[in-house]
Design a protein around this ligand. Structure first.
Ligand code: HEM
Length: 405
């Protein structure tokens, strides 16, 4: 392989894009010792692995990567079992449930957070908004006690650290497993109680859901709720911060979005392509597979680099340019058909929460723009992304003319 920084190095964490380019061009399939996986970086290869039309890949790798913290969820399952289990949960995140039950929850949570700083004239969009908003939304959707939001936030932080622990720090791993225990101690009694007091919330929907005679056990529901913390929290958190970082770096595009709010959807899609929250997704090969860069043996773990594939010039013109008006990217309106960037994956495991995420972004960004008519970065602040597995701005201090009371 050419001279490349290791994907676990600081250099790579600071800016993986130069290395992504070299990989795509000269090393599209690399064996990586530390993660014991094959790294794949070209759009055509990642797309093919996600779509997996021939059933050559499973998510068996999640049994050791993700189950220790979440327990068994649809992420780990494949085939028919995955389809049935996914059908149990998916309807809760689209259509009428989303429109009627959850949009008001999203609006109220955005407003409550923004009310804390709209009169201050300054905020950190990461700490004060992005890292709180999606987790609070999920907790409220589930119908949990508002007083537990902070506890939820702590678990969320620990789960993310566990999943991002590619280098295998034993303390982070132990903390993640403790969270699994604490989360179960909290959730199982709540689920049992809810079964006898069904309401209009997501937890009640999960308790009542039935597909082909299959229902979710208390343990299944607890595991899925735990997955929601990470799958629905950290990702949306980074997407929100990413949109603002990208738009603040391109003031004319920010102005366009401010004037025409329907462009938020384009800004979201382009942010997911240009700076996806999840940079790496792993799969396991079931058979020997031929990719553009070489052959993967059966039973191998394959690391798909979404951040590299999304900037493949074979797929997107001038891929390193952030442009919400580009015409070679579908907006997220027509999700199931072709959300063509790979940030939500594709195929069987395509993000269940994509429409929910879009609603959170449309509402959250809209309300933030209303509250901060002249938003700008704090003086001298240079936004920087961090992270390898997931990636996003670590801080985004902004200034604006405070709202008059
Ligand atoms: C799956 C990204 C928001 C719930 C996925 C996957 C990706 C992803 C890449 C595929 C994982 C894999 O194939 O291994 C994102 C991004 C989001 C987002 C970038 C925000 C911008 C959400 C939200 C929810 C959610 C808000 C909450 C409901 C899920 C679930 C799965 C999933 C349950 C598993 C689907 C399955 O295995 O069949 N997401 N996600 N995600 N996402 Fe999201």
């Amino acid at each position: 392989a050419p001279d490349l920084p290791d994907i676990l190095s600081t250099e790579f964490a600071e800016d993986p894009y130069p290395a992504y380019r070299v990989m795509r061009e000269r090393a599209p399939l690399i064996w990586h010792e530390a993660t014991q996986s094959y790294i794949v970086s070209r759009y055509e290869d990642v797309e093919r692995i996600f779509k997996d039309r021939d059933g050559q890949f499973t998510t068996d790798n999640y049994v050791w990567q993700i189950e220790p913290v979440h327990g068994r969820t649809i992420l780990t399952l494949s085939g028919r079992e995955h389809a049935v289990r996914r059908a149990l949960v998916a309807p809760a995140f689209r259509g009428r449930d989303l429109q009627e039950k959850f949009l008001p929850v999203i609006e109220a949570n955005a407003r409550a957070l923004i009310d804390r700083f709209r009169h201050a004239g300054s905020a950190d969009l990461v700490a004060d908004f992005a890292t709180r908003f999606p987790v609070n939304v999920i907790a409220d959707m589930l119908g949990l006690d508002k007083a537990d939001h902070d506890r939820f936030h702590r678990w969320y932080t620990s789960v993310i650290a566990f999943l991002g622990n590619l280098a295998g720090d034993p303390e982070v791993a132990a903390a993640g497993e403790r969270t699994r225990v604490e989360f179960a101690e909290y959730m199982i009694p709540v689920i049992r109680h809810r079964r006898d007091h069904l309401g209009d919330d997501l937890l009640s929907t999960l308790c009542a859901a039935e597909v082909e005679g299959v229902r979710m056990s208390d343990e299944d529901i607890k595991a899925f709720c735990s997955l929601l913390l990470a799958a629905g929290g950290e990702t949306t958190d980074k997407a929100l911060a990413g949109i603002f970082a990208n738009l603040l770096a391109h003031p004319e595009q920010l102005q366009a979005v401010r004037e025409d709010r329907s462009l938020i959807d384009r800004a979201f899609a382009e942010t997911l392509r240009y700076s996806p929250p999840v940079h790496m997704i792993m799969r396991q090969s079931a058979v020997e597979v031929e990719l553009s860069g070489g052959t993967v043996p059966p039973g191998a773990t394959v690391t798909c680099l979404i951040g590299a594939a999304n900037r493949d010039p074979a797929r997107y013109r001038e891929p390193d340019r952030f442009d919400i008006f580009r015409d070679d990217l579908a907006t997220t309106k027509a999700f199931s058909a072709a959300a063509d960037h790979l940030a939500f994956a594709l195929g069987r495991h395509f993000c269940v929460g994509a429409l929910l995420a879009r609603a959170e972004v449309e509402i959250g960004v809209g309300q933030l723009l209303d509250a901060m008519p002249d938003i700008r970065l704090a003086d001298d602040f240079q936004p920087a992304e961090q992270g390898v597995f997931t990636r996003g701005p670590q801080a985004l201090p902004v200034r604006f003319t405070p709202a008059t009371p």
